[in-house]
Design a protein around this ligand. Structure first.
Ligand SMILES: [Cu+2]
Length: 341
């Protein structure tokens, strides 16, 4: 009869574990709209790293500005007032608002489609049925966050998933619809869902944006303000000329700087779009990070992957963060971050 003590021990362990659970599962509610905006891949027109104006675009390019559809957070169901983006998060650019959940939570996303295209939200790593939401319509999505969507045994206290629109998936992403959901392990989260062993989270999108594959390419071609040279889709080099290599939608150092403090436990979530055809190689100058438990200052992130890397900045200054794939770097896939003492 060796079963009984084993069962009793298991029960005791289960009771101990459940009593040790520090917080109740929460319902986390977000109001997110798909908004049409005019996006500029190089606002200001200056190469903030090399100096001088950004390089001229090749023949066949429309310009630096394109209509896009971005996810943006609103304060409530009226969708009248946007959640303000603090200056410290201005770098997030075209990346959608970051959502947080803890394993066991329920995530409720009220979605309003203020774009001219059918669109919606799905979350990678999370089961759910999807139907496209027509322009002007709304839908509420509810996801229960299972352990199988949370950190694995070799992960830290949190991981990230992309959320996206799966109507015409790669085209939706090239149109601009992509954001991050961070899922924290139960027992490792603050009340707001952020991991308690991290002081600062920086989700960042390495994106090859292919405007020829945007669902708004027709509208962009037809707009003389955005396409002053009246480039047509049959123009020579059209496809390659309208690809932009960006970090959070910015090229040539035009991304507002990420600012972190010396000693601050900083977690970078490097999200690579799934519609690109190249891996990226983020490289941080000035500090090192731990990625997969290994010390590095650069690593490769494949198409459709998200890498998590932890940095404790110890070297104040303004530093480069760029892609080390040479053709991407030459095309402006570079940004800066600042470490303040
Ligand atoms: Cu790259």
């Amino acid at each position: 009869m060796r079963g009984a003590p084993v069962v009793a021990t298991a029960l005791l362990l289960a009771l101990t574990l459940s009593c040790a659970a520090p917080a109740q599962a929460a319902v986390r509610t977000y109001y997110i709209a798909a908004d049409e905006v005019v996006w500029n891949y190089a606002p200001g027109g200056q190469d903030e790293i090399a100096g001088g104006p950004v390089p001229s675009l090749p023949p066949g390019a429309l310009g630096w500005r394109f209509r896009k559809v971005l996810y943006r957070a609103y304060t409530d169901a009226s969708f009248a007032k946007r959640v303000p983006v603090p200056a410290s998060e201005a770098y997030q650019g075209l990346l959608g608002p970051t959502m947080h959940a803890v394993v066991g939570d329920t995530l409720v996303v009220h979605f309003k489609n203020d774009s001219p295209l059918p669109a919606g939200i799905a979350v990678a790593g999370m089961a759910g049925s999807f139907t496209a939401v027509a322009p002007g319509e709304r839908r509420t999505y509810i996801w229960h966050v299972p352990a199988s969507s949370g950190p694995g045994v070799n992960d830290g206290s949190s991981i990230a998933w992309r959320y996206y629109s799966p109507v015409a998936e790669n085209k939706d992403e090239n149109t601009g619809m992509v954001g991050a959901l961070i899922v924290t392990r139960r027992g490792s989260a603050r009340p707001d869902g952020t991991p308690s062993d991290v002081d600062r989270e920086v989700p960042i999108l390495f994106a090859m944006m292919d405007e020829g594959q945007s669902r708004l390419i027709g509208a962009n071609i037809a707009d003389p303000l955005l396409n002053p040279k009246h480039v047509g889709s049959q123009a020579a080099n059209f496809q390659l000329a309208n690809i932009f290599f960006t970090i959070d939608g910015y090229s040539y150092g035009t991304m507002p700087m990420v600012t972190v403090r010396e000693g601050e436990r900083t977690r970078w979530y490097v999200i690579v779009t799934r519609s690109g055809f190249d891996a990226h190689a983020p490289h941080w100058h000035g500090q090192t990070l731990l990625e997969n438990g290994m010390r590095t200052d650069a690593f490769q992130v494949e198409v459709d992957e998200i890498a998590v890397a932890d940095m404790i900045p110890d070297n104040p200054g303004v530093w480069l963060l760029h892609c080390h794939v040479q053709s991407h770097l030459m095309a402006g896939m570079e940004a800066r971050y600042r470490v303040v003492p």
